[in-house]
Design a protein around this ligand. Sequence first.
Ligand code: DAK
Length: 258
Amino acid sequence: MTDDSLVLASVDGAVATLTLNRPKALNALSPQLMDELIEALTHLDDDRAVRAIILTGGPQVFAAGADIKAMATASPMEMVTRRTIARWARIRDVRKPIIAAVSGYALGGGCELAMMCDIIMASETAQFGQPEINIGIIPGAGGTQRLTRAIGPYRAMQMVLTGEMLSAHDAYAFGLVTRVCPVEALLSEARRLAETIATRPPLAVQLAKQAVRFAAETTVREGLEIELRNFYLLFDTADQKEGMAAFIEKRKATFTGE
Ligand code: DAK
């Protein structure tokens, strides 16, 4: 990683922070940036020392969407063959929890990227939107689906049909974000949450993440099956034995991730 990397990575203890680094283009998600992001996420997902990941765009902007300049003249077949879908879909496969820390614009693919994360925290400057309608397209990476599930069909419909943005406080009121704080405090608040999650047994965290994800992406029946499968699986972990023994012995559990 160099200073001109489009995604900067840092690891502090069990928490990794990824920062989108294309400020002049408002962190527009070019194919190269997405490749770097996925490479970094894959690396962190495989690193046993990392237990939670924060994804941010820095204090000014989260991301103003996919790179319009990179797709303005594309044919439908070029859009299909560019691996765009495969790239974006890879984010969904990350097993570790990802917290989006959003300041400024999270628009189009930027809003969709935040919604691919597991928890979204926002600063007071955050603005969420799906403005694709203004450039003659519609959302293509979950904006009509995840947003609808997050804030409800009528609000999502209004946003998708008008391109209007949602303020941080409205996003909080509608359940899209879990916390709103001043810009200066956002990263430390995200870090506090990530550290809390990092103290929990990692395999249980991963399987819990997967089960909650299923709630938003499948039927209740399928989701219940995954929940139960993961519940049983955890009885095969040392951390389950340790967690329950610690409770009974009235001491603090030490989780190893085994
Ligand atoms: N793409 C490329 N460049 C962008 C950009 C974008 N999305 N957003 C901003 N920029 C660039 C501007 O071109 C400008 O560059 P220069 O002209 O200086 O070279 C620089 O960033 C600063 O932008 P502005 O001068 O426009 O700044 P303002 O403060 O005046 O306005 C703005 C900020 C965010 C309101 C405005 O920049 C804006 O409206 N940006 C476009 C927002 C947008 O329409 N976003 C949605 C794009 S479509 C998929 C995956 C993803 C997607 C689809 C499919 N699959 C997996 C299938 C996603 C699609 C999209 O996101």
